[in-house]
Design a protein. Structure first.
Length: 369
């Protein structure tokens, strides 16, 4: 088979493969595919394995982001959609595409591996002891219990408490539809101690949260009365039959202001009548501030894993929460295996994109209102 990077000329054979082999929830809308699977230079971040007859046997699709590892800036590729046609699965071609990516890219990351990709990621990825995706949840209103899986409601209701007010009364919150003034200074201060992350420069933030098709993100800026930007939260409000749910997909704050920025974020969600808010994170640097603000780490024991993570439509299946890192750069550098210096959120990679359910619900155009 011929393995190569997809070009514009391959769109029709790619689409034919996708229509036959993608899961029903995965969009193949061209606007969606163009946005998520083109690199910054305009080329496709899709690898194809083509048979001699011209048909596609397997694809490996990756989401590019500006990465930073131990101070070195490099493209970061999130492994996203790797699929082999049914009649090619016994050939190992899908694994070969993943092997090529893991061994040749400067920096690659994988999350939420399934039973097929987990052995590959464990074999090709580097060990990162104790690091995994974790979900923090804050129950905001008593009505949130309606959306919890029935057998866990009694455990979950004991976690429900009134929101705590911010300690710093000088801070104010305001919604904005642009990356706010003062952002660069805020991000530089927040990220200066981090060693493994997506480099959230203004260009990236605009593309990821302002220009993204089929998704509406709300940017909440927290400023003091002098106008200094203390924090920024990015939230997607998801409508369900039970009410709104707040998915906090990104966050940053000045050192010392973190807990107050989190509390302002939760009160803003309450004002939007959200049932609950959640935040998915890789890295431990915000753990204490999240707990102080009123979040609880979701576990099987406390029942919060039965607050649905999948909402398009509501589904109580669990993510695997796995995380793997690979590439040529991590093999050369030391010092990146420090959990409180890692910063990846749900907004990174492909963990917060629309499904076909969303596209059908939103209709044509790009989902913006």
């Amino acid at each position: 088979m011929n393995c190569y990077d997809m070009t514009d000329a391959d769109w029709q054979i790619f689409r034919a493969f996708a229509e036959k082999n993608f899961v029903a929830s995965h969009p193949i809308d061209r606007i969606f595919i163009e946005y998520w699977f083109r690199r910054a230079d305009g080329s496709w971040s899709v690898q194809l394995a083509q048979r001699d007859d011209g048909s596609i046997a397997a694809v490996n699709m990756m989401v590019e982001a500006p990465g930073r590892l131990c101070g070195v800036k490099t493209p970061l590729m999130w492994m996203s959609t790797a699929i082999a046609a049914k009649d090619a699965q016994s050939t190992g071609i899908g694994g070969q595409l993943l092997f090529n990516a893991h061994r040749t890219l400067p920096l690659a990351c994988c999350t939420c591996a399934n039973e097929k990709t987990l052995p590959i990621n464990e074999t090709l990825g580097l060990d990162y002891p104790g690091l995994m995706m974790r979900r923090f949840v804050c129950l905001i209103t008593p009505e949130c219990l309606q959306i919890v899986k029935e057998e866990s409601r009694n455990r979950v209701k004991h976690i429900l408490k009134p929101l705590m007010p911010p300690d710093n009364t000088d801070l104010q919150r305001v919604w904005t539809n642009i990356v706010p003034e003062g952002y660069e200074e805020l991000w530089e201060e927040f990220s200066e101690h981090l060693s493994c992350l997506v480099d959230r420069n203004r260009e990236y933030m605009n593309r990821r949260y302002i220009d993204v098709p089929y998704q509406n993100y709300h940017l909440l800026a927290i400023r003091d009365r002098a106008g200094r930007l203390h924090g920024l939260s990015i939230i997607r409000f998801h409508s369900t039959p039970y009410g709104e749910c707040a998915r906090i997909v990104d966050f940053m704050a000045w050192s010392g202001s973190e807990t107050d920025v989190w509390r302002h974020t939760l009160h803003a969600c309450l004002e939007k009548k959200a049932l609950y808010a959640d935040f998915i994170i890789m890295g431990t640097g915000q753990d204490l501030s999240l707990l102080k603000a009123g979040f609880t780490l979701a576990t099987d024991q406390n029942g919060l894993e039965d607050v649905p993570n999948l909402l398009s439509p509501i589904d109580y299946r669990r993510w695997s929460y796995t995380f793997h890192i690979s590439g040529t750069l991590p093999r050369k550098l030391d010092g990146w295996r420090v959990n409180d210096k890692v910063w990846f959120t749900k907004g990174d990679g492909d963990r917060d994109w629309p499904t076909n359910y969303d596209l059908n619900r939103l209709g044509p155009f790009n989902g913006k209102t």
